[in-house]
Design a protein around this ligand. Sequence first.
Ligand code: HEC
Length: 124
Amino acid sequence: MHVFVMAAVLTLSTFFTQAAHAADDVSGEQAFNNNCRTCHSWKEGDNRLGPSLHGVVGGKSGSVQGYNNYSQSMKQAEITWDEASLDKFIANPDSVVQNNNMKPFSGVGDADTRKKIIEFLKSK
Ligand code: HEC
């Protein structure tokens, strides 16, 4: 009985420590959720207002199967989404693909947040 209670207390305190940690250090997933999830999923085949971002890092622009809302500009952009091009695009989409459809999205100004989002997408 005592052992059980001790285990429960330990589990709880671990939980609270992790929750507190996450609050002051936003994870890549949270940064993605805060900035991109309204329009994008990272799940394969899950196209929403924007295309699925599954495996986007290393992929070609405008090439997600089953997504039919690409702008003419994105279809013709011929960009390989690597860390550098994604960083620029997320900071200011129009500077990379003029007349893109990613609206209303004003860009992520914070370089550290962009880096976290890209790291997160690399794992998806
Ligand atoms: C308001 C909705 C919206 C938000 C918010 C948004 N996007 Fe998009 N995104 C779109 C749409 C729509 C497109 C298609 C654009 C086009 O065809 O011109 C797109 C396209 C993209 C593409 C190109 C995909 C491809 O297949 O070539 C990338 C990469 C991307 N978004 C990343 C992001 C990231 C990362 C965030 C968060 C920092 C984000 N987007 C936030 C709607 C959004």
